[in-house]
Design a protein around this ligand. Structure first.
Ligand SMILES: Nc1ncnc2c1ncn2[C@@H]1O[C@H](COP(=O)(O)OP(=O)(O)OP(=O)(O)O)[C@@H](O)[C@H]1O
Length: 240
């Protein structure tokens, strides 16, 4: 459905990912896990088609191009929340991004946006400026934009960050439902426990793919040690 083969990404002299091979399937909820600087966001950006001409192969479902089928949810803190738009506007960007510049949003688009905002619990906030939202509310708005887009491949970069435990549960359940409906869901997270509970596919990354499989296959002391304790660059990641 979606994957990379022998992927290497360098930023100048720094190698962020080396020889990474991994597949993500429709109907699967996958978590990409690793310490800070492990190359997780880099992998997601490659899958989203945001890093031009990576070294290695990026494979998609035949007949789909990344732009048509991917919904990418970046890390919340990388976005400009002072931008003068409302919750509704942001969710609508999920639709207009699909329509291109030549078509205006129609009634069906408005209905999709309304139901996406309802599903993520922020419909009542639809007229509010995005700068006036809490961290958890912002994350829900990003998810509403993702749902409104109706992509087959959902890529989320640390969607649990800054979200309270109750909201995290709702959010994970929502993503699980998306996978159960046949979408491929790939989430970058630092939360191993949530990933083990909700995901059926874990990928441990530390510049390379350390392990890839079901939670039971992947979650071993050896793999956790290899991923979090000592990086392949030879220094420890104390923050992880
Ligand atoms: N645009 C860039 N230019 C130069 N180096 C970069 C760039 N983007 C990322 N890097 C470096 O590449 C490495 C991997 O970064 P990446 O953001 O993929 O890691 P990550 O696993 O998502 O980390 P975190 O958990 O901290 O978000 C890091 O060492 C980072 O400093």
């Amino acid at each position: 459905m979606l994957g990379v083969e022998n992927l290497t990404v360098r930023y100048g002299a720094h190698t962020a990912l080396e020889g990474a091979t991994v597949r993500f399937e429709a109907g699967q909820f996958s978590a990409v896990i690793g310490p800070n600087g492990a190359g997780k966001s880099t992998l997601l950006k490659v899958l989203a088609g945001l890093l031009p001409d990576p070294q290695g192969c990026v494979r998609f479902d035949p007949g789909h191009t990344p732009r048509q089928c991917v919904s990418y949810v970046p890390q919340q803190q990388t976005l400009d929340w002072a931008f003068p738009v409302t919750v509704w506007d942001v969710a609508m960007m999920g639709r207009t991004g699909r329509l291109g510049w030549l078509r205006w949003a129609g009634r069906a688009d408005r209905q999709k946006v309304a139901s996406a905002l309802e599903e993520t619990g922020v419909y009542d906030l639809r007229h509010r400026h995005i700068g006036a939202l809490s961290g958890g509310q912002r994350q829900r708005v990003l998810l509403a934009r993702m749902l409104a887009r109706e992509g087959h491949l959902l890529l989320l970069d640390e969607p649990l960050t800054g979200v309270d435990p109750a909201t995290q549960e709702g959010l994970m359940a929502l993503l699980r439902r998306q996978a159960d409906r046949g979408r491929a869901v790939v989430m970058v997270t630092h939360d191993l426990d949530q990933a083990r509970r909700w995901c059926d596919h874990l990928v441990l990354v530390n510049r390379r793919v350390i392990a890839d499989g079901t939670p039971d296959e992947v979650y071993t002391p050896h793999n956790i040690e290899a991923t979090f304790s000592v990086s392949h660059l030879g220094h420890t990641h104390a923050e992880a």
